[in-house]
Design a binder for this molecule. Structure first.
Ligand SMILES: *Cc1c(COP(=O)(O)O)cnc(C)c1O
Length: 394
């Protein structure tokens, strides 16, 4: 029997407890398990190797992405690390240049030291992918939509090229979520998640995941997971399974709010640019419609006035805390130039389009009218403050 997404989110990997009938997978807060005999092959022996809550989470994640196997990790970067640890010195990775900053850092500052080579390219143009693959390439690494500019990569076209050349492909599906985008069905070999974001969904747990239907790769990853040990604890797995149960309800509301907010801000006089794949003005709006069932809930906005205006705006907001991260029920505002992308040289930031006036909004599930009114009021007050500042200086 194959169930649909919303049913899988409640049931997959989470049968009623065999011992007690508990309808929620219990938290097995234990490190080890008594064994019946010497040299037996017990299902459970040590919690780094396996824990029932983690197994439930892994089965659930696999089902949501339509994959054969799931693996859960202590954070998104722990999942990234595990995948890279299946490579060897001399191997080559082709990756989107518009990459989550932590991935860029682990590529260039850690794995480069161990002899893994990286080419960071503009994957929004499929031809660049074909050109960048060499005889040493083992992995094509895509992130779409990208952060914070929400550029899209054609998953189906890029993964087809990789497959033709005998290269495995991974898609970081953190922003889109499996509710909106299913990379395995589009030809990817691996899906990566920071479950810290929408899958956990409440800004209260860190986690990461890899999902694949490739049995050999799964065996390698499972070996790395146990050998290097960056596994989530039982409480974290419980929270993530709880998050998954409402994932599609949340994402639906997140995205509806994001669309309303993006449309509102696009018509606002203090706004110079709104980037959201759900707006027809997004240069890849058609690709967004083709490869995803929705447009996500991250909206990037450029305000006039630069850093001073943003500083003043932040001081006036009541419903939009200034914070890193995204994907939780509570709306958050991030200023990439001074936060997530501060390590990128100012000239490079300008070149790729991350200006000082750019703000990334992670749109939560509050009443969108309150979110809009709060932003409007803060924009008005910050404009008045800027005007007063100018008068004082004059
Ligand atoms: C947050 C994030 C990561 C890293 O995940 P952590 O859970 O913070 O380690 C990787 N990729 C993307 C797209 C992210 O947003």
């Amino acid at each position: 029997m194959s169930y649909r997404f919303d049913t899988l989110a409640i049931h997959a990997g989470q049968p009623n407890d065999a011992l007690t009938g508990a309808v929620v997978t219990p938290i097995y807060q234990t490190t080890t398990y008594a064994q019946n005999e010497l040299g037996g092959q017990p299902d459970w022996c040590y919690s780094r190797t396996g824990n029932p809550g983690r197994a439930a989470l892994e089965a659930s994640l696999a089902a949501l992405e339509g994959g054969g196997h799931g693996l859960a990790f202590a954070s998104g970067l722990a999942a990234v690390n595990a995948l890279l640890q299946t490579l060897s010195a001399g191997d080559h990775v082709v990756a989107s240049q518009d990459l989550y900053g932590g991935c860029y850092r682990i590529f260039t500052k850690i794995f480069a030291r161990f002899g893994v080579k990286f080419s960071l390219i503009d994957t929004t143009d499929v031809r660049n992918v074909a050109r960048a693959i060499t005889g040493a390439t083992r992995l094509l690494w895509l992130e779409t939509p990208s952060n914070p500019l929400l550029r899209l990569t054609d998953i189906e076209a890029c993964c087809a090229i990789a497959r033709q050349r005998g290269v495995r492909s991974v898609v970081d599906n953190t922003f889109a979520t499996p509710v909106h985008q299913q990379p395995l069905a589009l030809g990817a070999d691996i899906v990566l998640h920071s479950t810290t974001k929408y899958i956990g969904g409440h800004c209260d747990v860190l986690g990461g995941a890899l999902i694949t239907s490739d049995d050999d790769l799964y065996a390698d990853l499972k070996f790395v997971q146990n050998a290097t040990g960056a596994v989530p604890g039982p409480q974290d797995c419980f929270l993530l399974l709880r998050g998954i149960k409402t994932l599609s309800l949340r994402v639906e509301r997140h995205a509806a709010n994001a669309q309303r907010l993006a449309e509102h801000l696009a018509a606002h006089p203090a706004v110079t640019r709104v980037i959201y794949p759900g707006l027809p003005s997004h240069p890849q709006h058609d690709l967004a419609k083709r490869q995803a069932a929705g447009f996500g809930a991250i909206v990037s906005v450029e305000f006039e006035g630069g850093v001073e205006r943003i500083r003043s705006l932040i001081g006036q907001l009541r419903l939009w805390p200034l914070a890193e991260s995204l994907g939780g029920v509570k709306s958050l505002l991030c200023h990439p130039a001074t936060m997530t992308h501060a390590a990128v040289e100012p000239a490079e930031r300008q070149r790729i389009g991350i200006g000082d006036g750019l703000v990334r909004l992670s749109v939560g599930i509050e009443d969108v009218r309150d979110l809009i009114e709060d932003l409007d009021a803060a924009l008005e007050r910050s404009a008045a403050a800027a005007l007063r500042g100018r008068e004082v200086r004059a």
